[in-house]
Design a binder for this molecule. Structure first.
Ligand code: HSE
Length: 333
């Protein structure tokens, strides 16, 4: 029997991802105690509606009431992060690639208050990676962000842990499920672009502003997180050469297919400083040719050769999978 350790956490941002994290933590509470000795308690939740707190751990009915708009404590999100005693904050507010807010402020406040941070929010990492990781280090706290790139697909931890000792030469892949879905549907059904974009919005994987997906910005943001975290660069998404998929037509997809290729929106980063997002011809038999909402990345290394990971890059439970593995990674070493 593992020695049990109670870990109090707060969730900031209670949309699809924050809700998914709460659901998974509730569902797996007993299993996490038995396997990892971790007794995870959600002691506070905050979103635009307000804040709810229970220092002993919120129950499922209390969380449901908060979701419906009641049981609000009279404090701001930042006060909750500072004043409610907890060990770890999950930051899951929506991505903002203009200034990273409110995520940046939440992360800074949490680290300065001595909390570990696990986030799915791409904006803060894509704009202020160096500042935030240095702040975490100064305060002796962890900042983990597996969910920001490729959703459930293990990438950052896999490179850091399982590929330790390898030199990473390049990472290349499909990092946006919305674009992959659009290109797949347009190619298979000869459907117009606007129609399939609407479908991608309906299944809930597109950004709130879907131009971020189709113009390649979301892929660029994820590439930058990889560039900073894996290649130790100090770049923002403005340093990426970006071309999106808005000019790809069903005819172009058909022509490519007849010649033995698929057109995919590929992000590409390497150890010589290449940082590019563009539609590329991918041979139909290539491991990067995955369809639908899937993401994929091929990591080229000096010892292990090429490793390709395929998985679900978007979705609340998928993001929660990455967040949970980051939380466990902090405590169950
Ligand atoms: N809009 C993103 C995508 C969500 O389609 O991949 C996950 O970051």
């Amino acid at each position: 029997m593992k020695r049990e350790r109670a870990v109090r956490l707060t969730i900031v941002g209670f949309g699809h991802v924050g809700g998914g994290v709460a659901e998974v933590i509730m569902r797996k509470h007993q299993e996490l105690k038995e396997i990892y000795g971790l007794d995870l308690r959600i002691v506070g939740i905050a979103d635009l509606k307000g804040v709810t707190i229970n220092e002993k751990g919120l129950s499922e009915p209390e969380i449901a009431k908060f979701r419906d708009g009641s049981v609000l404590a009279g404090m701001s999100t930042e006060d909750m992060i500072r004043e409610v005693e907890h060990e770890l904050m999950v930051e899951a507010t929506p991505t903002n690639v203009v200034d990273g807010e409110p995520g940046v402020t939440h992360i800074v406040t949490a680290l300065e208050s001595g909390r570990h941070v696990v986030t799915s929010n791409k904006g803060p990492l894509a704009l202020q990676y160096r500042r935030l990781t240095e702040l975490a280090e100064r305060h002796g706290r962890e900042l983990r962000f597996e969910a920001t790139v490729g959703g459930a697909m293990p990438l950052i931890s896999m490179i850091r842990n399982n590929l330790a000792g390898n030199r990473i030469i390049s990472i290349k892949g499909i990092l946006n499920g919305t674009c992959n879905y659009i290109l797949t549907r347009m190619g298979e059904e000869n459907l117009p672009y606007e129609h399939v974009l609407r479908e991608a919005q309906e299944i809930g994987i597109a950004e709130s502003d879907p131009t971020k997906d189709v113009e390649g910005i979301d892929t660029a943001v994820k590439l930058v997180i990889l560039a900073n975290a894996v290649f130790d660069m100090d770049v923002t998404y403005r340093d990426v050469k970006v071309r999106g998929i808005t000019e790809i037509t069903p005819d172009a997809l058909k022509l490519a297919h007849d010649a033995g290729y698929a057109i995919k929106l590929i992000g590409d980063v390497d150890d010589e400083g290449r940082l590019e997002v563009a539609p590329r011809l991918v041979p139909l038999g290539d491991p990067l040719n995955v369809n639908g909402t899937l993401n994929v990345a091929t990591i080229r290394t000096d010892l292990a050769g090429d490793i390709t990971v395929i998985g679900k890059g978007a979705g609340p439970i998928e993001a929660a999978s990455a967040i949970l593995s980051d939380i466990i990674g902090i405590y169950a070493r």
